[in-house]
Design a protein around this ligand. Structure first.
Ligand code: 4NP
Length: 153
């Protein structure tokens, strides 16, 4: 079983989309996908309305997700921890206990633009365009991740 965790700050805008998009591309019972936030502000909440709405446009229902905080035990549970931006990267790396933990953490856009260390911009304070833009970037990244995890599927 391959386990993938998507991480952003609030776990209400970007990582819920990343979770929903990757799940939609992987038709295997051997993969588990989840998401979490490094901040606790929105724990227990549904994804942001704008994330739910853009996902729905593409036929993906993320409305039943609930925000949770990233915890150190996630390093034990997950094989790949994809963070949305450099700030998330620093926050997650600061919790790593060893090199093995650190090696699991990757910037998600490096799957599309290797070594460029680009951010998925935080769309929280922007308008709907930001969410569309985020969706497109995550869709491309998740295509690459899905092929890596499940080359035949
Ligand atoms: P996310 O966006 O990290 O993509 O879920 C944010 C949502 C909420 C906040 C920041 C970013 N906030 O500060 O409340």
């Amino acid at each position: 079983m391959t386990k993938v965790l998507m991480v952003c700050l609030g776990n209400i805008c970007r990582s819920p989309l990343a979770e929903g998009i990757l799940k939609s591309k992987i038709f295997s019972f051997k993969t588990f996908v989840d998401s979490a936030g490094t901040g606790a502000y929105h724990v227990g909440e549904k994804p942001d309305k704008r994330s739910i709405s853009i996902a729905k446009t593409y036929g993906i229902d993320i409305s039943s997700q609930k925000a949770r905080k990233f915890i150190v035990a996630d390093f034990d549970l997950f094989d790949f921890i994809y963070v949305m931006d450099n700030s998330n990267y620093s926050n997650v790396i600061s919790l790593a206990r060893n090199e093995n933990d650190k090696a699991k953490v990757k910037l998600i856009l490096n799957e599309v633009f290797p070594n460029e260390d680009l951010d998925i911009p935080d769309p929280y304070y922007g308008g709907d365009f930001g969410f569309k833009n985020v969706y497109k970037m995550l869709d491309e990244a998740c295509d690459v991740i899905a092929k890596k995890i499940n080359p035949n599927g």
